[in-house]
Design a protein around this ligand. Structure first.
Ligand code: PMP
Length: 433
């Protein structure tokens, strides 16, 4: 790790046990998690008079000061529109925006020209729906999704299906929240022209075997889109080695600003796809008799983009890479194991999603306690966790519940915070159950 980026004075005193563990990790050469936590200014605040315990990273991540300062610096020192101006500020702004594309491309191991910058995963998936599926698919054909998809990977396909007369097929999962791979493969029949699968479930934490799924799709000549919203912040990613056709990410879950994200697509798809939005920035020449378009990825980036946001996302990618995604994944696995064990001790608590290969997302129910009541009372204790359907109605229907509580962890969380959560849940349970 580059000390210059991470170096900061402590503002949150660690517990002695925590400090001991972290020092031991450092001696073994691991990142200094106690110091890293101090990069996040918001984590030092209190809520309702209690220290904030932020357990909602699957919803959106907190931002390190390096990212906040990059956005601030953009407006203070460089602000101008991209690509249009020849003046110095315009060049600096363009360099920051295109620099973010380069950084993301290297982070994901793809070519920069195959990376379309978007406002997030929702826009990325809709871009594929309207520029790829809508012009290409025909009535009677099908799109395959899975039971565990986020609405962002269901509703765009439903909208497209309605317009074309295409069918939406669903590959099932087990009670423990694992995709049934044989059923997914069985569902890859001749009429399926696109498969769409999340890499990591935002509710269950399940990590899907995307390489295997992509291989099965390739064997049958079926393109596959992977929703990487919950994978990019937590796992080392190498999109080239997955062998998929489309991969979508969102910046606000990976320490970056809201309104940033990307669609990676194979070059052949980007070349063949018509643009979805028209306007400035995406053209080569405009005449009233017709318009020719810029090459991908710019063909898909009409209008003024979120330049400040991408300056921040570039800083976020640097930040994650400095810590190292392998270190982040290992740290979050430790926290997940600790939290799972601790929560399992709470009487009446049922975990939803117990796949062996999981990211640090823990959905649960408590007998006799509504998830919203739980989250509301925990908020009074300074604990931020999400309750609800997590934009996954069909998954809630599968489990026969209206909502779950969800604690989602990030590398800056501590075992001490998990202890605070478990103790607070036990108190709420006594009060309400
Ligand atoms: N897919 C998954 C799995 C998600 O968790 C989310 C965000 N909750 C999205 C898609 C939507 O991403 P965005 O916030 O970029 O629209």
């Amino acid at each position: 790790m580059k000390a210059s980026r991470i170096e900061r004075s402590h503002s949150i005193p660690p517990s002695h046990a925590e400090e001991g563990n972290e020092r031991a990790a450092q001696v073994r050469g691991g990142p200094d998690w106690v110091r890293i936590r101090t990069d996040f200014p918001l984590l030092a605040r209190s809520v309702h008079g209690k220290p904030l315990v932020y357990l909602d990273s699957a919803n959106t991540s907190q931002k390190p000061h390096q990212v906040i300062e990059a956005v601030d610096r953009f407006y203070r020192e460089h602000n101008a529109n991209v690509s249009r101006a020849v003046h110095q500020l315009g060049s600096e702004s363009t360099a920051l925006y295109e620099g973010a594309r380069n950084k993301l491309a290297s982070f994901l191991n793809v070519h920069r020209n195959e990376l379309v910058l978007t406002s997030g995963t929702t826009q990325a998936i809709n871009l594929v729906a309207y520029s790829y599926a809508l012009p290409k698919l025909k009535s009677g054909e099908a799109i395959l999704v899975t039971t565990m998809e986020h609405h962002a990977n269901i509703v765009p396909w439903q909208l497209v299906c309605e317009r074309i007369g295409t069918q939406l097929k669903v590959a099932p999962i087990t009670e423990s929240g694992e995709l049934i791979v044989e059923k997914f493969v069985e569902a890859l029949t001749g009429e399926v022209k696109l498969a769409c699968v999340t890499h990591v479930s935002n509710v269950l934490g399940t990590v899907n075997p995307v390489r295997e799924l992509a291989r099965e799709c390739r064997r049958r000549g079926i393109p596959i889109l992977i929703d990487g919203s919950q994978a990019a912040p937590h796992l080392p990613l190498d999109i080239a080695s997955i062998g998929c056709d489309f991969y979508c990410i969102t910046g606000h879950k990976m320490c970056g600003p809201t309104g940033t994200g990307a669609l990676w697509a194979k070059r052949e798809h980007l070349q063949a796809m018509p643009p979805c939005f028209g306007g400035g920035e995406m053209i080569r020449e405009v005449k009233f008799s017709g318009t020719t378009f810029a090459d991908p990825p710019h063909k898909f980036e009409a209008g003024t983009p979120n330049i400040a946001g991408f300056a921040g996302l570039g800083a976020a990618v640097d930040y994650l890479q400095d810590i190292g995604m392998t270190n982040i994944a290992a740290r979050e696995r430790e926290l997940l194991d600790y939290a799972t064990q601790a929560l399992q001790q709470v009487p009446g608590l049922r975990l939803i999603g117990t796949a062996p290969d999981k990211a640090a997302v823990i959905s649960f129910l408590i007998d006799g306690v509504h998830a919203h009541d739980l989250a509301t009372l925990l908020d009074q204790e300074g604990i931020a966790l999400r309750s609800g359907h997590h934009c996954a109605h069909p998954l809630m229907q599968f489990y026969g519940v209206p909502a779950t509580a969800r604690a989602s962890l990030a590398f800056w969380n501590t075992t001490e915070e998990i202890d605070v959560l478990v103790a607070a849940i036990a108190r709420v349970r006594k009060l309400l159950a």
